[in-house]
Design a protein around this ligand. Structure first.
Ligand code: ZN
Length: 312
């Protein structure tokens, strides 16, 4: 392994306010959400997914999307994104167009997970997004597409990479300048991740889509999240999504919890000499605040142990 192949800096999107708050059992008060997002935005994070426009009867935890968008600060240099399931969701989000910068469109690579999550076939989802994404592009929004269960499905097991690739290419052609790959229920292993991104990069380059940003979204459900990050880094991936405090998970199946913790990711990268631009103590403070609000210990390691720096 040639360590010089690692990227010098990486981009991190904080997804805790959406992926995290959505999947915690408690409904967090709107005022607390706004306070936490403002706190996160002050840590040097440049990308934050702040809420979603999924139907409130489906995700009651994020029913306050409008109030959150209205309430948060809009510091320059911080790009806010919202999660969009379909055209209706986009239309609702566009009523708050000036309050966010990016849209994140999602679907699952496996039929059963997609059906359980959004009650549509994969083809119905991707064709719907192919009609919807251009409308977001037209509204001047930066578009990301995220493919859940890219590395395995809790109902179907292995997910053929060919299926994931086809969806990724269709999202890119529809107007997404970034495609994220979600290990939604923590099934990926480091060798698989390395082979996966090697193939995705090769295929995107072959299709003339080499400029599309490829993002890794790992969950730590089985403790392999950061090992998978290392593998992705080795394959040249320099864009990641994570969740402060290790909040969140996936609504189906129950118990599939745990995005990788942002502070664990920032700590590891910092110790490796890879630049993130994020203030680790500030991030830990935000997670400590979330822990106080939820009233129970969160899963993040660095939140418990503190930065390595404090022990030098
Ligand atoms: Zn996630």
């Amino acid at each position: 392994m040639d360590y010089r192949n690692f990227p010098q800096s990486v981009r991190i999107r904080e997804v805790g306010p959406r992926d995290g708050f959505q999947n915690e059992p408690e409904v967090i008060a709107t005022g607390d959400k706004i306070r936490l997002i403002n706190q996160l935005a002050a840590t040097g994070l440049k990308r934050i997914e702040v809420t979603s426009f999924v139907r409130p009867d489906v995700i009651p935890q994020l029913a306050d999307a409008n109030e959150v968008l209205d309430g948060i600060d809009r510091p320059s240099g911080v790009s806010y994104s919202v999660l969009i399931p379909n055209r209706r969701g986009l239309e609702n989000a566009l009523e708050r167009r000036d309050r966010f910068d990016e849209t994140n469109f999602f679907l699952s690579a496996s039929e059963t997970h997609n059906k359980k999550n959004v009650n549509r076939t994969v083809e119905e989802s991707i064709s719907g997004l192919e009609e919807t994404i251009p409308l977001a592009v037209e509204a001047g929004l930066r578009c990301e597409g995220v493919i859940s269960t890219s590395f395995g499905c809790p109902y179907e097991g292995d997910v053929p990479i060919g299926n994931v690739l086809e969806l990724a290419l269709r999202l890119a052609r529809a107007g997404c300048v970034e495609v994220g790959f979600g290990d939604t229920t923590g099934m990926a292993n480091p060798l698989q991740v390395r082979r996966f991104f090697e193939q995705v990069r090769e295929r995107f380059a072959a299709e003339g889509l080499g400029e599309i940003e490829l993002t890794a979204h790992f969950h730590d459900t089985r403790g392999q999240g950061l090992a998978n990050v290392l593998s992705a880094l080795e394959e040249g991936i320099d864009s990641f999504e994570s969740s402060f405090g290790e909040l969140g998970g996936c609504p189906v199946p129950a118990g599939a919890t745990g995005n990788i913790a942002s502070e664990d990711l920032v700590s590891m990268l910092g110790e490796m000499g890879i630049e993130t631009g994020i203030d680790l103590p500030g991030l830990i403070e935000a997670s400590a605040e979330a822990q106080k609000i939820l009233g129970r210990p969160l899963g993040s390691h660095v939140l418990k142990a503190g930065p390595v720096e404090w022990h030098r």
